[in-house]
Design a protein around this ligand. Sequence first.
Ligand SMILES: [Zn+2]
Length: 494
Amino acid sequence: MNRARRVALVAALGLALSGCTAGDPDSGVEVLDDTATVALEPVALGELPDLDDPALDASTSRPRRDPVYPAVGHPVLDTLHHDLDLAWDPEQRLLTGRQTVLFRAARDGRQVVLDLSPTLEVSSTRVDGEAVAFDRSGNDLLVRYSVEEGARHALEVEYSGTPRPVPAPTTRGDFSTNGWTTTEAGDTWTMQEPTGAHSWYAVNDQPADKATYDITISVPSPRVGVANGELVSRTDADGVTTTRWVMDRPMASYLATIATGEYAVSEAVSSSSVPLSYWVPVGAEDRVDAEAGLAEADRGLAWLEERLGPYPFDSLGFLFVESQSGMETQGMVTLGMTEYTTSTPVLVHEIAHHWWGNLLGPETWRDLWMNEGMVMYLQGLWQAEEEPYSLEELLDFWAQDEPAMRAESGPPAAYDPATFGEGNAYYSGALMWHEVRELLGDELFWRLVREWPASRPYGTASYDDVVSWWSTEAGRDLAPVFDAWLLGTDSPPR
Ligand SMILES: [Zn+2]
């Protein structure tokens, strides 16, 4: 995710980010027809993998009780694949969902529990094709079905209702809600870090549990649904547009995205052959210049690939929504349309998360610093190369504010749960990585920055995993450095 506070930081350095210029209406933008609204039913298009498909093995996770947000996520369930057939009726504000979750029982259990917001009503649940009873309790959907550790099952859930965002556990100003958000016009978007995914589908809503996704969305034309990964089909029939999106690499629930509205898409291919796309709301071309943005995304991606290795996903899209924030949603970055969230440093930030965060992410929310510290450091490095100030000057500036952030929200790896995503996760972590770089020297440091996310591809890591791997690879005990920056009450000297 991105932090708006950096705008003030950049301004304080006397440097304004370049503004957006008007878009070219002829630059590959698709023109959509105006068509009447019709009643909507989900259209099943997904091809479900077999439960014993070895491709599902990559989604095997270590689910657990999250120490920071224990009210969501369940240790019994290891979801492997989500097949979602969704229909959104913008007039009725009605979401209708038909969902199949392929899962593995991570341990024995007398029931299968998923997170699902109570604003969504469940009409039926089936396990392996047989109807089973269910209960609701708060945010839990409890399916009365006993499971044995290691067994795999297919759970089907049918639901409908008007989704609402869940409260965001933060004091930040740029995301006051979390999860599914509906605009006055009936358009929709999501940003759901840390636990907003269950506002629109049934999910084990914790970062430890990754799964692949196949998402089909039907909306009245000329609206269109956009989600993670690759667009594999699009049909426009009887006034309904149906799109199917596939994310075939394991993904944590906080990295899912979905938006509906009238969108124009512009496409390009990066210099490293990654398909790029820009999804801009029709009428917002003056706020987002797709052609310039695609060129900047290519430039940022090339810069990151030089440092981090080949881009680890099949495609990279950018989806623009009415938010004030930005989010590294996997394969399809979700961005607000502010001057800052459309700027190149933000593109670089969210693309960088595709290694640090998406390819390898934290096992629990205790370790958000694992994503944001290095990505903030990379963003700072990019800015220092592009702007008339040095990295040292930028780090000095960050170091001035850092003790106040630590005092306000706690140490980055032991923060107050009510202050998710505050400055401590970003700037303390970035300053720490700079100290590690000084200790290891550039050659070793940058090799490890590149090798760490690839060491557990599409997986997760704990605090201890990070400390142990970095210490082993560096040939020295780095625990005192990590512990001082991440767990200490006082800021280490810079
Ligand atoms: Zn971030």
